[in-house]
Design a protein around this ligand. Structure first.
Ligand SMILES: Cc1cc2nc3c(=O)[nH]c(=O)nc-3n(C[C@H](O)[C@H](O)[C@H](O)COP(=O)(O)OP(=O)(O)OC[C@H]3O[C@@H](n4cnc5c(N)ncnc54)[C@H](O)[C@@H]3O)c2cc1C
Length: 292
C-alpha cells in the first residue's frame, strides 16, 4: 500500500481545509472497512485520508417526526439502539445481518451509503422508508432522498469534499410495517446476492394496501425501486394472486449481472422469490402491529 498522510479534523471546516491542501488525492474515511480494502487491492491510492469520526456525527435521535442518525454512526450502534429497535426495527435487523460483529463496530451507515455498492444492505430499507440524507460541502447544505443518491456502482451525487452528515427516517404511519430480506451464499460473512425491502401501509380495517414501496439491491448497477410492481398492490386488497403478480413485476425490474457470486438468471429468480416472501412477512407485520 502506498504511503499516505492521515488527518483527524474536529470540524467540517477543518475537513475542507485539509482537502484544499490535497486537491487530487484527499479521501474521506469513516470506518475504513470499504476504503482500506480498496487501498490494499490498489484500486485507489490516496495521498491523504481525512478521518470523519472526530466530527461528532455519531448519534441517534428522535426528532418528533422521525429518526435522525449521524453519518458516522456505526452499524453496531444502530443494531443495539433501543430507539432504533422501537422506531425502526427493520434497520436494526438489517445492520445486525451485515458483515461480522467486529466489522460492525467500525463500519458506518454513512460509509455504506457513500460507498454505493449495488448490494449495500442499508440502501433498500432506507429507500422504502422514504429516508433522506443531509449533505454538507463547500457550497452549503442540501437534503437528498436516499433513492436519488446513487448514480452508478460506487458513484453517488456527492461532489468532492461533500460529507453525508445525517440520515433522516420518517416514522412509519399506523397499520404499517417494513422488512428487508437478504439472501447470501452461506451463514458467514457475504454480500447480498439479492436484497429486497418492502414497506406497506394498510387501511384502518387492515384488508387493503393503502401504500407500498419496494426496493431491490444487487440486481442492477444501483439499488432500485420496483415502481411498476408497487402499482399492482397499491389501493388493492391483500390477495395471493396480486402478491404473485407483484413479485413477477419486481423480477422484471431487475437488470442483474453475472459475477463471482452467482449468475444473472439466479439473481432474477431470487428477486421474485424474496419479493414474494417479503410481501407475506410485511403483511403480517402490518396486520399485527400494535398501535400506541
Ligand atoms: C468482510 C467484510 C464484510 C462486509 N459485509 C457487508 C455486508 O454484509 N453488507 C454490506 O452492505 N456491506 C458489507 N461490507 C462493506 C462495508 O463494511 C460497509 O459498506 C460499511 O458500512 C462501510 O462503512 P465504512 O464506515 O467502513 O466506510 P469507509 O470504508 O470509511 O468509506 C466508504 C466510502 O464512503 C466514503 N464515505 C464514508 N463516510 C462518508 C461520509 N459521511 N460522507 C461522505 N463520504 C463518506 C469514503 O470516502 C469511501 O469512499 C463488508 C466489508 C467487509 C470488509
Amino acid at each position: 500500500m502506498k504511503n499516505f498522510n492521515y488527518f483527524t479534523p474536529k470540524s467540517l471546516s477543518e475537513v475542507q481545509d485539509v482537502l484544499a491542501r490535497y486537491p487530487e488525492g484527499g479521501v474521506l474515511m469513516a470506518g475504513g472497512t470499504d476504503l482500506l480494502v480498496q487501498m490494499k487491492s490498489k484500486a485507489i491510492a490516496p495521498e491523504c485520508l481525512v478521518d470523519l469520526k472526530g466530527l461528532g456525527l455519531s448519534y441517534i435521535r428522535h426528532t418528533g417526526g422521525g429518526l435522525a442518525i449521524g453519518g458516522t454512526t456505526t452499524l453496531s450502534e444502530i443494531e443495539s439502539s433501543t430507539l432504533i429497535k422501537e422506531k425502526c426495527p427493520v434497520l436494526a435487523a438489517t445492520c445486525s445481518e451485515m458483515a461480522s460483529y467486529s466489522i460492525r463496530h467500525l463500519a458506518t451507515i454513512g460509509g455504506n451509503l457513500c460507498n454505493a455498492a449495488p448490494s449495500a444492505d442499508t440502501a433498500p430499507p432506507l429507500m422504502v422508508l422514504g429516508s433522506r440524507v443531509r449533505i454538507i460541502g463547500l457550497e452549503g447544505e442540501r437534503i437528498v432522498p436516499v433513492e436519488e443518491m446513487f448514480t452508478g456502482p460506487g458513484e453517488t451525487v456527492l461532489k468532492r469534499g461533500e460529507i453525508l452528515t445525517e440520515i433522516q427516517i420518517p416514522d412509519l404511519p399506523p397499520h404499517s410495517g417494513a422488512v428487508y430480506l437478504k439472501y447470501k451464499r452461506n451463514e458467514g460473512m457475504d454480500l447480498a446476492l439479492v436484497g429486497v425491502a418492502i414497506s406497506m401501509v394498510l387501511n384502518s380495517s387492515r384488508t387493503t394496501c393503502r401504500e407500498i414501496q419496494i426496493a431491490l439491491g444487487a440486481v442492477a448497477p444501483t439499488p432500485i425501486r420496483a415502481s411498476v410492481a408497487e402499482e399492482v398492490l397499491r389501493g388493492n386488497q391483500l390477495k395471493e394472486d396480486l402478491f404473485e403478480e407483484t413479485a413477477i413485476k419486481a423480477r422484471e425490474a431487475a437488470q442483474p449481472l453475472t459475477d463471482v457470486r452467482c449468475s444473472a438468471a439466479y439473481r432474477t429468480a431470487l428477486g421474485e422469490k424474496l419479493t414474494l416472501d417479503a410481501l407475506w412477512q410485511v403483511r403480517k407485520l402490518a396486520i399485527d402491529k400494535k398501535e400506541a
